[in-house]
Design a protein around this ligand. Structure first.
Ligand SMILES: [Zn+2]
Length: 480
């Protein structure tokens, strides 16, 4: 599939030639395009089954693209070039556009000086002869090449019906900096949604709709969480496919009014502290910052990464699971930082499992000033006497080491825990982040006394406040 393009590719027409004996199982089977030839009323294709057809006509384009879904070309047809010089079409180029799933593509090079080039094309599939006709709409009456009463002859299927039934036009798509994609139409809309896991595309299907010729589209910035928005006319429905970059997804859809649908695009399992000082509640529907919560970035943006979670408990000893103590410390840390005026983001605010890669990706996406990962330590049996604080930075990062030193000294003096020193290490989250990053080992769950401390809300708060002070000193020294 294509890479991020940052523009909306309108697919303005789609046709599915009618064929009563084409079952869904048949349409899943590979279809072979054996031959294609210009005929009096259009193009005649020999295909062993009736393919789904998608037609694209881009704005101001002198090309019409017809894609036969799930269809493979015979070798002879590959890169074929068929002169037409009629119907406003100069020539038709044939190519295997894609292999898996297979898409056979016909590109009609249009003569834009010919008014016929604006013509809508239609399709008709004849089961008995394995023939697919593609015909300009104004040639409809001539498009039935065999006896009209032949039972397997199916009626012409209009591509872009001139019917006067009520069809809403999708007129505008806009994307806000707070991750909201707004879809607006000139008439009331209904919609359905689905998610195509294979392609990572969220689809919103609007029945009884068309794409306005004057469709306004958002210009997606290079760092937009939306990689691509594709509009496709499927019969009388418009399919809006939204492909997000890794780590992001369409979280919810909402009807803003009869004519407006809002989609919220958010990081997976990422949350931000509420704007007031409430304790953030466990949240299964985290969202990207809205304009109310994003606050003032000038003070600084801190990314708080509570280690482990979900099926990954981290270190376990003395009845304490690491994931359960690092989460409250992280939430308390976020609150402390926010009360100092920082903007805070969390990897997680509840007990969910998150891979390391999206943790780093989220911090990068947000362009955090500081990344702080909260963990608890453990040692093999026989080492239960060992306790204390270790603060890690990436081995080659002097600025990370500086941050680690500020935080570490604050923790040791505030908690009285053993000083097990600032250390360089290659942990993924501190090695892969581009901003100053530290990983704090807040204590050993394998030490009974420290396990008890780590489970204590008071101790957790002292720990969190100390980490926040260390980060604040670091930020101030750096001129924030
Ligand atoms: Zn850990």
């Amino acid at each position: 599939m294509c890479v991020a393009t940052g523009y909306v590719s309108p697919v303005v027409e789609q046709l599915q030639a009618q064929s009563t004996n084409t079952t869904s199982s048949q349409s899943n089977a590979a279809i072979r395009l054996n031959n294609i030839q210009p005929v009096n009323n259009g193009l005649m294709l020999n295909v062993n089954a009736n393919p789904q057809i998608k037609v694209q006509r881009e704005d101001n384009s002198d090309r019409l693209i017809i894609d036969l879904q799930n269809t493979t070309l015979t070798k002879e047809l590959h890169q074929a070039n068929l002169p037409m010089n009629r119907f406003g079409v100069k020539q038709v180029r044939v190519a295997q556009f894609q292999n898996n799933p297979a898409i056979a593509r016909l590109v009609f090079d249009l003569d834009s000086s010919d008014p016929n080039s604006k013509t809508v094309w239609q399709s008709q599939y004849i089961d008995t002869t394995n023939t697919l006709f593609l015909t300009p709409a104004n040639k409809v009456t001539q498009a039935i090449p065999i006896e009209p009463n032949l039972p397997s002859s199916r009626p012409i299927n209009p591509i872009n019906s001139a019917s006067t039934s009520i069809i809403a036009a999708i007129e505008k798509l806009s994307f806000s900096s707070t991750g909201q994609l707004l879809i607006e139409a000139n008439l009331p809309l209904s919609y359905q949604t689905n998610f195509d896991r294979a392609s990572g595309t969220f689809n919103l299907i609007v029945p009884n709709a068309k794409i306005s010729a004057n469709l306004q589209r958002p210009s997606l910035a290079a760092n937009s969480p939306i990689e691509r928005i594709r509009l496709t006319q499927v019969g009388n429905s418009v399919e809006i496919g939204i492909k997000t970059i890794p780590g992001w997804q369409v979280r919810e859809t909402q009807r803003l009014s009869n004519q407006q649908i809002k989609l919220q695009v958010s990081l997976n399992s990422l949350s931000q502290v509420p704007p007031n000082n409430q304790t953030p509640l466990p949240n299964n529907n985290p969202s990207v910052p809205s304009s109310q919560t994003v606050g003032d970035r000038r003070r600084g943006v801190i990314f708080v990464d509570a280690g482990h979670g979900g099926n990954d408990p981290g270190a376990v000893a003395n009845g304490v699971q690491e994931k359960d103590v690092v989460l409250p410390i992280s939430l308390k840390l976020g609150q402390a930082l926010q009360s100092m005026g920082y903007t805070v983001y969390y990897t997680r605010t509840n007990d969910v499992e998150i891979d390391l890669e999206p943790r780093v990706a989220a911090a990068e996406r947000i362009n955090a000033d500081v990344f702080v990962s909260i963990h608890a330590n453990s040692l093999a049996p026989g080492n239960s006497g060992i306790s204390g604080i270790e603060t890690y930075h990436s081995r080659n990062s002097t600025v990370g080491q500086e941050l680690a030193s500020y935080v570490h000294s604050q923790i040791v003096s505030a908690t009285g825990a053993s000083d097990r020193s600032v250390r360089g290490a290659g942990f993924y989250v501190i090695a892969k982040t581009s901003m100053p990053a530290i990983l704090v080992e807040t204590g050993f769950v394998t030490n009974p006394a420290e396990a008890r401390n780590l489970s204590s809300p008071d101790y957790q708060k002292r720990m969190a406040d100390a980490i926040a002070r260390g980060i604040d000193r670091f930020m101030r020294v750096r001129g924030r």
